[in-house]
Design a protein around this ligand. Structure first.
Ligand SMILES: CC(C)(COP(=O)(O)OP(=O)(O)OC[C@H]1O[C@@H](n2cnc3c(N)ncnc32)[C@H](O)[C@@H]1OP(=O)(O)O)[C@@H](O)C(=O)NCCC(=O)NCCS
Length: 205
């Protein structure tokens, strides 16, 4: 017996069209000037050799409480979810697309080295991850984040936590903040003409 279907969330704060720059963003977020990354910045699939740098970038931000920490073990385990941004031989950012169900994937662990912020590196990785989602035939992606403006620029809209299927919270059980998650839930529909107007709740195994 399938779980009840969940209606697509109504737009809330920041919903609908991407928020204009500087609107509804924290002071910390507002001083980023949009830019294009240098041509030398590339995005490719991650390899196991990238894991130490990925861990260092992610856990730098995690130590400041703005994203979830990842162990080396978790990064090796999910290495096929990850892309990295490179400049020459150096890894300067990473991000992941994690498939949850037939119609839903999570964009997560998107992080860029501080000195590369505001240069379009995050946007480049996000575009790559969204292309992967489209190639996989996924109609919806979501993110749990404190960086609302970054995702809003890519067309994500804020939704209530309750509108997301229960299945996604499995990964949250080990989070120190569980069950009081204060991250902002955001979704993006990749197939706007899709006649399906809801996200299927995955069945429990
Ligand atoms: C969030 C993060 C990944 C963005 O990467 P970035 O390379 O600095 O972002 P970009 O330069 O590609 O910016 C992309 C767009 O988002 C906007 N943007 C990015 N960061 C922003 C911020 N902090 N505040 C407001 N707007 C922001 C840019 O203006 C740009 O807009 P445009 O597409 O209209 O040009 C990066 O700041 C980061 O690593 N933050 C710490 C880790 C984190 O919070 N990750 C998110 C957890 S999922």
């Amino acid at each position: 017996m399938p779980f009840p279907r969940f209606s697509p969330p109504a737009p809330e704060r920041g919903g609908g069209a991407p928020a204009p720059s500087g609107v509804g963003v924290s002071v910390q977020e507002a001083d980023v000037t949009p830019a294009s990354p240098p041509a030398a910045v590339q995005v490719r699939k991650a390899t196991v050799r990238d894991v130490p740098t990925m861990a260092s970038i992610i856990n730098h931000w995690a130590s400041q409480g703005i994203m979830l920490a990842k162990s080396h073990h978790q990064l090796y385990q999910y290495i096929r979810d990850f892309v990295v941004a490179t400049h020459g031989d150096a890894v300067i950012g990473c991000g992941a697309l994690h498939v949850v169900w037939e119609d839903l994937a999570e964009v997560r662990s998107v992080a860029v080295m501080k000195e590369w912020h505001g240069k379009g590196v995050g946007r480049l990785m996000l575009a790559h991850l969204l292309d992967e989602a489209r190639d996989l035939g996924l109609p919806h992606v979501f993110a749990l984040t404190y960086r609302q403006a970054f995702f809003a620029h890519a067309g994500f809209r804020v939704v209530s936590h309750e509108s997301l299927p229960h299945k996604i919270w499995g990964d949250c059980l080990n989070c120190p903040k569980f069950p009081n998650c204060d991250e902002i839930a955001m979704t993006l529909d990749l197939s706007p003409d899709d006649s399906e107007d809801s996200i299927d709740e995955p069945q429990e195994e």
